[in-house]
Write a protein that binds this ligand. Structure first.
Ligand code: ZN
Length: 463
């Protein structure tokens, strides 16, 4: 036995018999505080953050922590700054968005990797974004950033830009709001590795955000008034001594690919000229209106976003699903995004969310309007249905009208296609939306009359 070992034996024998020493408690690691946020903004494209930047600047003055998630890198947009297009443009626009947000002081920014989809149809965007993978990543980011409040586009269809990607960001954010606190949704994110070589489990914790607010991508404002708080953008920031709209414009300077000519123009102007242009052009100085989606902590509809929010987590709240509406045994209704949104509002406890009735859309003319329909036959026999469209003068139903049979207990998908007329030159005035309807009859009696308001435009995103 070497000397040192012999010494140890002697020391050991010399020690009195002790109780086993009390173990020091081990400290579990806590979530990374650098990523904790108060507000998580979820939008679709680089530059969409502009819909909220004056509010974000105000919230930063109040020491709120903010993170941003973009659904896409905006690779289908235009490029005013260079030759780059498609994926290359997406790479450029990612940096533009990061720079725009860094100007405000926001650096926690993620991209879901959805593909920029030029359409007004949210279902096209969700499909093209790989809905499941995007949702999984957004749920992960909400659990990582633990926002008190989610701020996003209002999920719905409207006369406006009505970009399907904007809608998709609102759909995903709403889904995430209802999933992230549920320990059974994406549970692999919540499990922790218990031994070596389990590098797939993430050790996140469920997190239930407290409120979700929306901003609409619609031209009309009437149906959103009084549905949430309003913030002036003309107030002066404590930190920058500038009005919030001016900080938003400074942040927007990063988006050269989207607005180089506009940005070059304002770069030549003095402050008074900038303010005049901003007030006249693009509504930089208009107040911001949010729509309260839901609050799990109370507070009034039009009160401040952070009213009744206190630090600490709250329990998971499963959304209140409203009952399915009663339908007659034989019925017809609008399909596509229109029926999706009716179901979506019902499933997520958002039945008070403002939406136009009848549903509305702005379309490019000349062009084609597609009216998607669901025809439900819950009777025990095959039914004959006659579809006809009631259209303004000059609009013609090209296909999808006439007589059809729907088998017993079947739900049939139908679509009526309408050729839209060339837009009349009317001295630059906007054309008024037209109401169109579909007559559906069976055995000489009406089984439904779905309606749609359609505004014709020189330019609009495809339906
Ligand atoms: Zn956008």
């Amino acid at each position: 036995m070497p000397l040192s070992a012999r010494m140890l034996v002697i020391v050991f024998l010399a020690m009195p018999l002790l109780e086993p020493a009390a173990q020091e408690p081990k400290v579990f690691p806590l979530p990374d505080e650098r990523y904790k946020t108060d507000i998580l903004l979820v939008v679709a494209h680089p530059d969409d953050e502009g819909a909220a930047t004056p509010y974000l600047a105000r919230a930063l003055d109040e020491h709120k922590r903010i993170a941003v998630v973009f659904g896409t890198r905006g690779s289908s947009g235009a490029n005013e700054a260079g030759a780059e297009q498609a994926a290359a443009l997406g790479a450029v626009r990612e940096i533009e968005a990061r720079n725009a947000l860094t100007t405000l002081g926001i650096t926690n920014v993620w991209f879901l990797g959805g593909k920029d989809t030029a359409s007004q149809n949210v279902l096209q965007s969700l499909a093209n974004w790989d809905h499941g993978a995007s949702l999984e990543q957004l749920v992960r980011l909400v659990r990582l950033t633990r926002p008190e409040v989610i701020l996003t586009f209002l999920p719905g269809t409207f006369i406006g830009e009505d970009h399907g990607d904007h809608q998709a960001s609102g759909v995903l954010a709403t889904e995430a709001f209802d999933l992230t606190g549920d320990p059974t949704s994406f549970p692999e994110q919540l499990a922790g590795p218990s031994k070596r070589l389990e590098p797939f489990l993430e050790n996140l914790r469920p997190w239930q955000p407290k409120k979700i607010y929306y901003f609409p991508d619609a031209d009309r404002e009437d149906i959103f008034r009084g549905k949430g708080p309003e913030y002036s953008v003309k107030e002066i920031s404590k930190s920058s001594k500038q009005p919030y709209w001016r900080m938003a414009l400074d942040s927007f300077r990063a988006h050269q690919t989207q607005a180089k000519s506009f940005l070059d123009r304002i770069a030549q102007m003095d402050e008074a000229q900038v303010e005049k242009l901003a007030t006249a052009d693009g509504g930089w100085t208009d107040a911001l209106h949010f729509v309260l989606g839901k609050s799990l902590v109370g507070g009034s509809v039009t009160g401040d976003v952070f009213d009744d929010i206190t630090p600490g987590g709250i329990s998971f709240a499963r959304p209140d699903v409203s009952p399915e509406p009663a339908r007659p045994d034989l019925s017809v209704e609008l399909g596509g995004p229109y029926s999706f949104y009716a179901e979506f509002r019902r499933a997520h406890g958002l039945t008070n969310l403002p939406h136009p009735e009848p549903p509305e859309i702005a379309l490019q003319a000349p062009g084609t309007l597609v009216i998607p329909l669901w025809i439900r036959n819950r009777t025990a026999k095959t039914q004959e249905i006659t579809l006809s469209a009631v259209l303004p003068a000059g609009w013609t139903a090209q296909s999808g009208t006439g007589r059809f049979t729907v088998a017993a207990k079947q739900v049939a998908a139908a679509r009526i296609e309408v050729i839209l007329p060339t837009l009349a030159e009317n001295g630059g005035k906007k054309s008024e939306p037209q109401e169109i309807s579909v007559h559906a009859e069976s055995n000489g009696r009406s089984i439904g009359e779905p309606k749609l308001r359609v505004e014709l435009r020189k330019r609009a995103l495809p339906q």
